[in-house]
Write a protein that binds this ligand. Structure first.
Ligand code: NAP
Length: 287
Protein backbone atom coordinates (compact mmCIF):
# COMPACT_ATOMS: atom_id res chain seq x y z
CA UNK A 1 0.00 0.00 0.00
CA UNK A 2 1.30 3.52 -0.86
CA UNK A 3 2.07 5.39 2.39
CA UNK A 4 0.03 8.51 3.12
CA UNK A 5 1.65 11.71 1.83
CA UNK A 6 1.77 14.09 4.80
CA UNK A 7 2.49 17.67 3.79
CA UNK A 8 2.14 21.17 5.23
CA UNK A 9 3.16 24.81 5.17
CA UNK A 10 5.06 26.56 7.94
CA UNK A 11 4.92 30.36 8.13
CA UNK A 12 3.17 33.22 9.86
CA UNK A 13 0.52 34.03 8.94
CA UNK A 14 -0.55 31.11 6.74
CA UNK A 15 -4.33 31.04 7.05
CA UNK A 16 -4.87 32.53 3.59
CA UNK A 17 -2.24 30.44 1.81
CA UNK A 18 -3.37 28.87 -1.46
CA UNK A 19 -0.88 26.01 -1.08
CA UNK A 20 -3.31 23.67 0.74
CA UNK A 21 -5.81 23.92 -2.13
CA UNK A 22 -3.08 23.45 -4.75
CA UNK A 23 -1.54 20.37 -3.13
CA UNK A 24 -4.87 18.78 -2.19
CA UNK A 25 -5.82 19.08 -5.87
CA UNK A 26 -2.51 17.50 -6.89
CA UNK A 27 -2.93 14.58 -4.44
CA UNK A 28 -6.43 14.02 -5.79
CA UNK A 29 -5.21 14.25 -9.40
CA UNK A 30 -2.67 11.47 -8.69
CA UNK A 31 -5.06 9.36 -6.61
CA UNK A 32 -2.72 9.62 -3.63
CA UNK A 33 -4.03 9.66 -0.10
CA UNK A 34 -2.63 12.43 2.05
CA UNK A 35 -3.08 15.76 3.77
CA UNK A 36 -1.66 19.29 3.70
CA UNK A 37 -1.70 21.04 7.07
CA UNK A 38 -1.31 24.66 8.02
CA UNK A 39 1.52 25.06 10.52
CA UNK A 40 1.18 28.66 11.74
CA UNK A 41 4.51 29.46 13.42
CA UNK A 42 5.36 32.85 14.92
CA UNK A 43 9.14 33.49 14.84
CA UNK A 44 9.66 32.53 18.50
CA UNK A 45 8.04 29.11 17.91
CA UNK A 46 10.26 27.98 15.02
CA UNK A 47 12.30 25.48 17.09
CA UNK A 48 9.15 23.98 18.59
CA UNK A 49 7.43 23.55 15.20
CA UNK A 50 10.58 21.98 13.72
CA UNK A 51 10.65 19.46 16.59
CA UNK A 52 6.98 18.70 15.95
CA UNK A 53 7.66 18.27 12.21
CA UNK A 54 10.50 15.83 12.89
CA UNK A 55 8.44 13.71 15.29
CA UNK A 56 5.25 13.89 13.19
CA UNK A 57 7.10 12.28 10.24
CA UNK A 58 5.84 14.71 7.58
CA UNK A 59 6.80 13.70 4.04
CA UNK A 60 7.67 17.34 3.33
CA UNK A 61 6.51 20.91 3.80
CA UNK A 62 6.61 24.39 2.33
CA UNK A 63 8.22 27.28 4.16
CA UNK A 64 7.02 30.85 3.81
CA UNK A 65 7.51 34.28 5.39
CA UNK A 66 9.12 34.81 7.91
CA UNK A 67 11.08 31.51 8.01
CA UNK A 68 12.60 31.08 4.52
CA UNK A 69 16.07 31.97 5.82
CA UNK A 70 15.91 31.13 9.54
CA UNK A 71 14.80 27.56 8.77
CA UNK A 72 18.25 26.81 7.26
CA UNK A 73 19.75 26.31 10.74
CA UNK A 74 17.21 23.53 11.42
CA UNK A 75 17.89 21.47 8.28
CA UNK A 76 20.36 18.64 7.61
CA UNK A 77 21.36 19.55 4.03
CA UNK A 78 20.54 21.95 1.18
CA UNK A 79 20.06 21.26 -2.51
CA UNK A 80 22.25 23.49 -4.71
CA UNK A 81 19.82 26.30 -5.64
CA UNK A 82 18.81 26.67 -1.97
CA UNK A 83 22.53 26.96 -1.16
CA UNK A 84 23.05 29.65 -3.81
CA UNK A 85 19.93 31.64 -2.87
CA UNK A 86 20.42 31.20 0.89
CA UNK A 87 16.70 30.56 1.37
CA UNK A 88 14.40 27.54 1.42
CA UNK A 89 10.71 27.31 0.52
CA UNK A 90 10.39 23.51 0.30
CA UNK A 91 11.69 20.78 2.62
CA UNK A 92 11.63 17.02 2.04
CA UNK A 93 12.33 14.20 4.46
CA UNK A 94 14.99 11.83 3.17
CA UNK A 95 15.54 8.98 5.63
CA UNK A 96 16.04 10.73 8.96
CA UNK A 97 17.22 13.98 7.37
CA UNK A 98 15.39 17.14 6.31
CA UNK A 99 16.65 18.55 2.99
CA UNK A 100 15.97 22.16 1.93
CA UNK A 101 15.11 23.16 -1.66
CA UNK A 102 14.34 26.49 -3.33
CA UNK A 103 11.55 25.82 -5.80
CA UNK A 104 10.93 29.59 -6.26
CA UNK A 105 14.27 29.65 -8.11
CA UNK A 106 13.50 26.44 -10.02
CA UNK A 107 9.97 27.63 -10.84
CA UNK A 108 11.28 30.97 -12.11
CA UNK A 109 13.85 29.14 -14.23
CA UNK A 110 11.05 27.16 -15.93
CA UNK A 111 9.02 30.35 -16.51
CA UNK A 112 12.04 31.99 -18.16
CA UNK A 113 12.66 28.90 -20.29
CA UNK A 114 9.06 29.07 -21.51
CA UNK A 115 9.33 32.66 -22.76
CA UNK A 116 10.44 33.52 -26.29
CA UNK A 117 13.40 35.52 -24.96
CA UNK A 118 17.13 35.12 -25.17
CA UNK A 119 19.31 36.32 -22.32
CA UNK A 120 19.77 40.09 -22.38
CA UNK A 121 19.35 42.81 -19.82
CA UNK A 122 16.87 42.29 -16.97
CA UNK A 123 15.65 44.69 -14.28
CA UNK A 124 14.64 43.03 -11.03
CA UNK A 125 12.77 45.29 -8.59
CA UNK A 126 13.22 44.15 -5.00
CA UNK A 127 15.92 42.66 -2.80
CA UNK A 128 14.14 40.12 -0.58
CA UNK A 129 13.93 36.34 -0.89
CA UNK A 130 11.81 36.40 -4.06
CA UNK A 131 14.27 38.75 -5.75
CA UNK A 132 17.20 36.51 -4.75
CA UNK A 133 15.48 33.43 -6.21
CA UNK A 134 14.68 35.35 -9.42
CA UNK A 135 18.22 36.72 -9.76
CA UNK A 136 19.59 33.19 -9.30
CA UNK A 137 17.40 31.87 -12.14
CA UNK A 138 18.35 34.80 -14.42
CA UNK A 139 22.07 34.63 -13.61
CA UNK A 140 22.15 30.88 -14.33
CA UNK A 141 20.76 31.72 -17.81
CA UNK A 142 23.37 34.40 -18.57
CA UNK A 143 21.20 37.52 -18.09
CA UNK A 144 22.87 40.84 -17.19
CA UNK A 145 20.92 42.04 -14.17
CA UNK A 146 20.12 45.44 -12.70
CA UNK A 147 18.48 45.32 -9.27
CA UNK A 148 16.41 48.37 -8.27
CA UNK A 149 15.32 48.40 -4.65
CA UNK A 150 13.65 50.97 -2.41
CA UNK A 151 16.49 50.42 0.09
CA UNK A 152 19.59 50.29 -2.10
CA UNK A 153 21.86 49.22 0.78
CA UNK A 154 19.88 46.02 1.22
CA UNK A 155 20.28 45.24 -2.48
CA UNK A 156 24.02 45.98 -2.42
CA UNK A 157 24.45 43.55 0.48
CA UNK A 158 22.36 40.87 -1.24
CA UNK A 159 23.74 41.10 -4.79
CA UNK A 160 27.39 42.14 -4.48
CA UNK A 161 29.23 40.76 -7.50
CA UNK A 162 26.21 39.32 -9.34
CA UNK A 163 24.10 42.38 -10.28
CA UNK A 164 24.28 46.14 -10.67
CA UNK A 165 22.28 47.97 -8.03
CA UNK A 166 20.26 51.18 -8.19
CA UNK A 167 17.96 52.91 -5.70
CA UNK A 168 14.43 52.31 -7.08
CA UNK A 169 13.65 56.04 -6.98
CA UNK A 170 16.64 56.69 -9.32
CA UNK A 171 15.44 54.31 -12.06
CA UNK A 172 14.92 56.16 -15.35
CA UNK A 173 13.40 55.40 -18.75
CA UNK A 174 16.93 54.83 -20.10
CA UNK A 175 17.40 51.69 -17.95
CA UNK A 176 13.94 50.45 -18.89
CA UNK A 177 14.52 51.03 -22.63
CA UNK A 178 17.77 49.03 -22.42
CA UNK A 179 16.10 46.02 -20.79
CA UNK A 180 14.10 43.21 -22.39
CA UNK A 181 12.69 41.93 -19.09
CA UNK A 182 11.35 43.65 -15.97
CA UNK A 183 10.42 41.58 -12.93
CA UNK A 184 8.58 42.86 -9.85
CA UNK A 185 9.77 40.96 -6.77
CA UNK A 186 8.53 43.53 -4.25
CA UNK A 187 5.37 43.53 -2.18
CA UNK A 188 4.28 46.79 -3.85
CA UNK A 189 0.72 46.36 -5.09
CA UNK A 190 -0.03 43.42 -2.77
CA UNK A 191 -3.56 44.07 -1.51
CA UNK A 192 -3.30 47.58 -2.97
CA UNK A 193 -4.62 47.61 -6.56
CA UNK A 194 -3.60 51.26 -7.12
CA UNK A 195 0.05 50.83 -6.08
CA UNK A 196 2.84 50.15 -8.59
CA UNK A 197 6.53 49.63 -7.81
CA UNK A 198 7.46 51.87 -10.78
CA UNK A 199 8.50 55.49 -10.20
CA UNK A 200 5.85 57.80 -11.72
CA UNK A 201 8.01 58.97 -14.63
CA UNK A 202 8.66 55.48 -16.01
CA UNK A 203 7.00 54.59 -19.33
CA UNK A 204 7.15 50.93 -20.29
CA UNK A 205 8.26 50.24 -23.89
CA UNK A 206 6.25 47.58 -25.79
CA UNK A 207 9.33 45.37 -26.39
CA UNK A 208 9.51 44.64 -22.64
CA UNK A 209 8.34 41.40 -21.00
CA UNK A 210 7.00 42.10 -17.51
CA UNK A 211 6.89 39.37 -14.86
CA UNK A 212 4.81 40.12 -11.75
CA UNK A 213 5.17 38.07 -8.56
CA UNK A 214 2.29 39.67 -6.64
CA UNK A 215 -0.92 37.69 -7.17
CA UNK A 216 -3.38 39.50 -4.84
CA UNK A 217 -4.90 41.11 -6.77
CA UNK A 218 -4.15 39.04 -9.86
CA UNK A 219 -4.43 42.10 -12.10
CA UNK A 220 -1.97 44.47 -10.38
CA UNK A 221 -1.45 48.06 -11.39
CA UNK A 222 1.95 47.09 -12.85
CA UNK A 223 0.32 44.45 -15.06
CA UNK A 224 -2.30 46.97 -16.19
CA UNK A 225 0.45 49.47 -17.02
CA UNK A 226 2.34 46.77 -18.93
CA UNK A 227 -0.68 45.55 -20.90
CA UNK A 228 -1.68 49.10 -21.81
CA UNK A 229 1.88 49.66 -23.10
CA UNK A 230 1.69 46.51 -25.25
CA UNK A 231 4.22 44.49 -23.21
CA UNK A 232 4.19 40.70 -22.87
CA UNK A 233 3.09 39.89 -19.31
CA UNK A 234 3.34 37.02 -16.84
CA UNK A 235 1.13 37.22 -13.73
CA UNK A 236 1.93 36.21 -10.14
CA UNK A 237 0.06 32.91 -10.28
CA UNK A 238 2.57 31.61 -12.84
CA UNK A 239 5.34 31.40 -10.21
CA UNK A 240 2.93 30.29 -7.48
CA UNK A 241 1.88 27.34 -9.66
CA UNK A 242 5.40 26.58 -10.94
CA UNK A 243 6.99 26.44 -7.48
CA UNK A 244 4.09 24.29 -6.24
CA UNK A 245 4.50 21.82 -9.13
CA UNK A 246 8.24 21.58 -8.39
CA UNK A 247 7.61 21.12 -4.64
CA UNK A 248 5.06 18.37 -5.32
CA UNK A 249 7.58 16.56 -7.51
CA UNK A 250 10.27 16.84 -4.81
CA UNK A 251 7.89 15.22 -2.28
CA UNK A 252 6.18 12.58 -4.41
CA UNK A 253 8.29 12.10 -7.55
CA UNK A 254 5.15 12.92 -9.58
CA UNK A 255 5.35 15.63 -12.27
CA UNK A 256 2.04 17.41 -12.88
CA UNK A 257 1.34 20.32 -15.27
CA UNK A 258 1.50 23.77 -13.63
CA UNK A 259 -2.10 24.21 -14.82
CA UNK A 260 -3.37 21.73 -12.17
CA UNK A 261 -1.94 23.99 -9.44
CA UNK A 262 -2.99 27.23 -11.12
CA UNK A 263 -6.61 26.13 -11.45
CA UNK A 264 -6.72 25.12 -7.75
CA UNK A 265 -5.16 28.46 -6.72
CA UNK A 266 -7.77 30.34 -8.76
CA UNK A 267 -10.62 28.34 -7.19
CA UNK A 268 -9.18 28.98 -3.71
CA UNK A 269 -9.24 32.71 -4.41
CA UNK A 270 -12.89 32.50 -5.32
CA UNK A 271 -13.79 30.46 -2.21
CA UNK A 272 -11.05 30.92 0.42
CA UNK A 273 -13.11 29.26 3.17
CA UNK A 274 -13.40 26.20 0.90
CA UNK A 275 -9.63 26.11 0.51
CA UNK A 276 -9.18 26.12 4.28
CA UNK A 277 -11.67 23.26 4.65
CA UNK A 278 -9.87 21.32 1.96
CA UNK A 279 -6.62 21.83 3.83
CA UNK A 280 -7.62 19.69 6.79
CA UNK A 281 -6.74 22.84 8.69
CA UNK A 282 -4.94 22.48 12.04
CA UNK A 283 -3.63 25.00 14.53
CA UNK A 284 -4.60 28.58 15.15
CA UNK A 285 -4.07 30.37 11.88
CA UNK A 286 -4.44 34.07 12.47
CA UNK A 287 -5.31 36.03 9.35
P1 NAP B 1 10.60 40.34 1.43
O1 NAP B 1 11.82 39.49 1.63
O2 NAP B 1 9.86 40.85 2.60
O3 NAP B 1 11.04 41.58 0.49
C1 NAP B 1 10.10 42.59 0.21
C2 NAP B 1 10.65 43.48 -0.91
O4 NAP B 1 9.61 44.36 -1.30
C3 NAP B 1 11.82 44.37 -0.49
O5 NAP B 1 12.68 44.53 -1.59
C4 NAP B 1 11.12 45.68 -0.12
O6 NAP B 1 11.97 46.81 -0.25
C5 NAP B 1 10.08 45.72 -1.21
N1 NAP B 1 8.91 46.55 -0.93
C6 NAP B 1 7.93 46.32 -0.02
N2 NAP B 1 6.97 47.27 -0.12
C7 NAP B 1 7.37 48.10 -1.12
C8 NAP B 1 6.80 49.27 -1.70
N3 NAP B 1 5.62 49.77 -1.27
N4 NAP B 1 7.46 49.88 -2.72
C9 NAP B 1 8.63 49.38 -3.17
N5 NAP B 1 9.23 48.28 -2.65
C10 NAP B 1 8.60 47.65 -1.64
O7 NAP B 1 9.51 39.55 0.56
P2 NAP B 1 9.75 38.42 -0.55
O8 NAP B 1 9.64 37.08 0.08
O9 NAP B 1 10.96 38.74 -1.33
O10 NAP B 1 8.42 38.62 -1.44
C11 NAP B 1 8.26 39.77 -2.26
C12 NAP B 1 6.91 39.70 -2.98
O11 NAP B 1 6.90 38.58 -3.86
C13 NAP B 1 5.72 39.50 -2.04
O12 NAP B 1 4.64 40.24 -2.52
C14 NAP B 1 5.41 38.00 -2.16
O13 NAP B 1 4.05 37.74 -1.92
C15 NAP B 1 5.76 37.78 -3.62
N6 NAP B 1 6.13 36.38 -3.89
C16 NAP B 1 5.37 35.73 -4.79
C17 NAP B 1 5.68 34.43 -5.12
C18 NAP B 1 4.84 33.71 -6.12
O14 NAP B 1 4.88 32.48 -6.14
N7 NAP B 1 4.12 34.42 -6.97
C19 NAP B 1 6.77 33.76 -4.52
C20 NAP B 1 7.53 34.49 -3.58
C21 NAP B 1 7.19 35.80 -3.27
P3 NAP B 1 12.92 47.26 1.00
O15 NAP B 1 14.12 46.36 0.94
O16 NAP B 1 13.21 48.67 0.70
O17 NAP B 1 12.09 47.07 2.24
Amino acid sequence: MTPEVRLGIMGYPVAHSRSPAMHQAALQHCGLSGSYQLLPTPPEQLTETMQHIRSAQLTGFNVTIPHKETVLAHLDALETSAQRVGAVNCVVREGRGLIGHNTDAGGMARILDGLPLSAGRAIVIGAGGAARASVDALACRGWRILVANRTAERARAAFAGCAEVLPLADMTNREVEDASLLLNATAAGMGRPHESPLPAAIRLPPHLTVIELVYTPLETRLLRQARTAGCTTVDGLALLAAQAADSFEVWTGRRLPDEVFRRAAESAAEAPEGAERAAGRVGAATT
